[in-house]
Design a protein around this ligand. Structure first.
Ligand SMILES: Nc1ncnc2c1ncn2[C@@H]1O[C@H](COP(=O)(O)OP(=O)(O)OP(=O)(O)O)[C@@H](O)[C@H]1O
Ligand SMILES: [Mg+2]
Length: 309
């Protein structure tokens, strides 16, 4: 029995399938029977080959995508559409180019709480709230080290600064889960290293749950408390399988926040190699019974056709 306002799990996906139609009108499966349970506070890194469905998985959690089959629950309730509990940061284009840094941050708060009739019928309250939003936005800009840049437009900022604004824009909504889709993928090497330390600091301070998709395996091992591989490279007892499954779901070592020294440790090298082999090598297909699902929250459902023994 769970007490009031408590939930069994923050996020719970079970038997989830996503299917799309290709340009010839043929239906194909992208996500094949995804089972995933997430506890609050975890930093989950997701890796897998290009096109395996990582962004699709994030869209499902955001509520921008519906599964063809299966359940997607957030705090035990079905996810109907995107809302402020789940924020998302993309590699690029998370900011409105015609708004200043400060306005970009205020925009979400404003949208959330003020409808057009609210502005017209209660202009004084609207102005007061805008002032308060700006104060809150400045607080977050300070937090991401951009308090000097509030009047600049996105094109006047470096790539790293833009991503800091995008992260601040999400954080200000105080989401319970922050979804990040290759957020540092377009940054140069050294900015990327700085941003990794930066996101760990933010995670450590807020203790929110982060889902972080990346192509960079070192980044995945360095940042996460838990790593997931989503891939189409696996086998089952069914001769023809289609779509990606979670083939690896493991806890990652290292106390948090991790020191950058961890990047140069032997353990780091071994884990990166394991992720590479188990997720990215087409010729290394493990059978469903050999998936590495050692994370404590990990679970899997299988069908008789997939696993006959
Ligand atoms: N709306 C859609 N309609 C049809 N096919 C789609 C749609 N969205 C995604 N796909 C296809 O689904 C597959 C998974 O796409 P997705 O973007 O989730 O992969 P990804 O793992 O994020 O790839 P990448 O690493 O390149 O970002 C791809 O084959 C893609 O072409
Ligand atoms: Mg993607």
């Amino acid at each position: 029995m769970t007490p009031a306002n408590q939930y069994e799990s923050l996020l719970h996906l079970e038997d989830v399938y996503v299917r799309y139609t290709d340009h010839q009108g043929k239906i194909f499966t992208v996500l094949n029977d995804i089972d995933l349970k997430v506890s609050p506070g975890e930093f989950i890194t997701v890796v897998g080959p290009s096109g395996c469905g990582k962004s699709t998985l994030l869209r499902l959690i955001l509520g921008a995508e519906k599964p063809a089959e299966g359940t997607v629950l957030f705090e035990d309730q079905p996810i109907a559409s995107p809302d402020r509990d789940r924020g998302i940061v993309f590699q690029k284009y998370s900011l409105f180019p015609h708004l200043t840094v400060l306005e970009n941050l205020v925009f979400g708060l404003d949208m959330e709480e003020f409808t057009l009739p609210g502005r017209i019928f209660n202009p004084f309250r609207f102005r007061r709230e805008i002032r308060e939003y700006k104060d809150r936005a400045r607080e977050y800009l300070k937090r991401v080290g951009l308090e000097e840049h509030e009047d600049k437009y996105p094109h006047q900022l470096s790539g790293g600064m833009r991503q800091r604004v995008a992260i601040a824009q999400s954080l200000i909504m105080r989401p319970k889960i922050l979804l990040m889709d290759e957020p540092f993928g377009a940054l140069d090497y050294s900015t990327r290293q700085d941003m990794q330390v930066f996101i760990l600091e933010q995670w450590y301070e807020t203790r929110m749950t982060i889902f972080f998709v990346t192509h960079d395996l070192e980044e995945a091992v360095f940042l996460g408390t838990r790593a997931i591989i989503l891939t189409q490279y696996y086998t089952t007892d069914t001769p023809q399988t289609e779509g990606s499954k979670i083939v690896t779901d493991i806890p990652l070592p290292g106390s948090h926040p991790k020191s950058t020294d961890f990047k140069y440790s032997e353990e780091m090298g071994q884990l990166v190699e394991k992720l590479r082999k188990d997720g990215l090598e087409p010729e290394h297909c493990r059978h469903i019974q050999d998936f590495d699902l050692s994370h404590k929250d990990s679970f899997r459902t299988v069908s008789r056709e997939e696993w006959r023994h």
